[in-house]
Design a protein around this ligand. Structure first.
Ligand code: ZLM
Ligand code: CA
Ligand code: ZN
Length: 395
């Protein structure tokens, strides 16, 4: 900002179109695209845009989306509106719209919203493919539940699958890591029959008592004898209340050997911020620095890296985490006191909102703390169980 040149160790690019912020899922729906506005405001207030290449992205085209999604499903997404949804009852049911769950409402602008976040992930992946960026960031993406012809869990299009398909054009193996509190089922399912994509998700698991209900430790890809994808889905199911120390230990113990042995050409990290303490839907006790530890750990392996967002339902903390992680990518240390000129600064002020700090404790006085139901002996067994799969990989 002040004209002093500083060598950059990584070329970082930021892919975003502010139009995504303007969309609303509906009154009191937990998914709030305006959290992306809050995120961008923090990033700009700390001046991080001077350390990255900033791109305004375009919507994905139907042809780009059809590389993964069904044309019939895409046509439905393009046509459905809040008013015609009832007439399209049959299609809506088939594509998991409406119904009792209001997880994936047909809101005004939904098709634009979904094409915007997908376009940003595709563009970010293209930058990595062309070797123009070392790290590419799309905080509006990370919608890991969408299927080929199915909306699910606030996700309409699966930008992650689309981005990985681009990375596969130049990389023999792509590693997908998912630290959202929910299981990354859509990405896992899309690649369940290939060994060229390894999916690794950390999440709360309680069977049918926590969405989406999949992601048990023994779910490692269909075990048919001729399925090359068997053993290339890894799941780390966790109980409520996991703390910083346990999560960092677990992440390092599993992700370390996985990267070393799988040796991916590129990595996609889904940074869902609903694994933070104090999240409206999440059940973990993680602080922002621990969430960021995962980003730093993956960054240090030096592979082309795509960072995407995902869940995150306490907007001020989503913004904090993703701002912090943007700073980690460019190698900047940020001061804890938020800059005075942050627009919406009041969203971060007051004891309940983190006292104007970037790194407040997310479980002050135990108020937001979930009872920790993970014990270290069980976590040790879990690590061993997950890592068993690696012995079956052919070198
Ligand atoms: N009911 N409104 C994570 C996706 C989680 C399925 C149980 C909805 C909600 C939730 C929607 C305004 C990611 C389920 C829940 C009541 C069926 C989920 C609309 C509140 C509301 O107030 C709400 C009327 C809504 C939805 C809560 N839904 C909480 N949890 C999950 C989906 C997505 O973070 O992984 C990636 C972005 N759905 O538990 C029900 C079974 C719908
Ligand atoms: Ca996850
Ligand atoms: Zn989530």
């Amino acid at each position: 900002a002040n004209g002093i040149e500083r060598p950059r160790d990584y070329v970082v690019s930021f892919h975003y179109n502010a139009k995504v912020e303007e969309h609303h899922f509906g009154r009191s729906h937990p998914m709030k695209p305006w959290r992306l506005q809050l995120t961008k405001q923090l990033i700009l207030s700390y001046g991080l845009e001077y350390a990255m290449d900033m791109y305004k992205t375009r919507m994905a085209t139907s042809d780009e989306l059809a590389l993964f999604h069904d044309r019939e499903y895409l046509d439905f997404l393009a046509e459905v509106t809040p008013t015609n949804l009832l007439e399209k009852e049959k299609a809506a049911g088939k594509f998991n719209f409406g119904g009792e769950s209001n997880d994936c409402p047909a809101f005004d602008g939904m098709w634009d919203y979904a094409r915007l976040y997908s376009g940003a992930s595709i563009h970010a992946a293209e930058r990595l493919v062309n070797g123009q960026s070392d790290i590419a960031i799309n905080w509006s993406g990370g919608l890991h539940h969408a299927g080929k012809s199915r909306a699910s869990g606030f996700c309409y299009l699966n930008d992650i699958v689309l981005a990985i398909l681009h990375l596969l054009k130049v990389h023999q193996r792509v590693l997908y890591i998912d630290i959202d509190v929910h299981h990354g089922d859509g990405v896992q399912d899309a690649f369940h029959s290939t060994d060229r994509v390894l999916t690794l998700s950390y999440h709360k698991y309680a069977g049918n008592d926590f969405f989406p209900g999949t992601g048990g430790v023994d779910e490692n890809g269909p075990a048919e004898p001729d399925n090359p994808g068997a053993r290339y889905s890894l799941n780390v199911p966790l109980e409520d209340g996991i703390d910083d120390e346990q999560y960092e230990w677990l992440f390092e113990m599993i992700t370390g050997p996985v990267i070393e042995q799988y040796n991916p050409g590129a990595i996609v990290l889904q940074c869902g911020a609903d694994s933070l303490g104090g999240d409206r839907l999440g059940k973990f006790n993680l602080n922002i620095r621990t969430h960021g530890f995962c980003v730093e750990f993956v960054k240090k392996t030096g592979r082309p890296l795509l960072l995407v967002g995902g869940g995150g339902y306490t907007p001020r903390n989503v913004a904090r985490a993703w701002c912090h992680e943007t700073a980690l990518c460019v190698g900047a240390d940020l001061i804890d006191e938020l800059p005075m000129h942050v627009p919406y600064r009041q969203a971060f002020e007051g004891e309940a909102n983190g006292d104007g700090k970037l790194y407040p404790s997310l479980h002050n006085n135990g108020v937001n703390r979930h009872v920790n139901r993970n014990n270290n002996a069980e976590l040790k067994k879990l690590v061993a169980k997950v890592l068993t799969n690696l012995r079956y990989w052919k070198g």
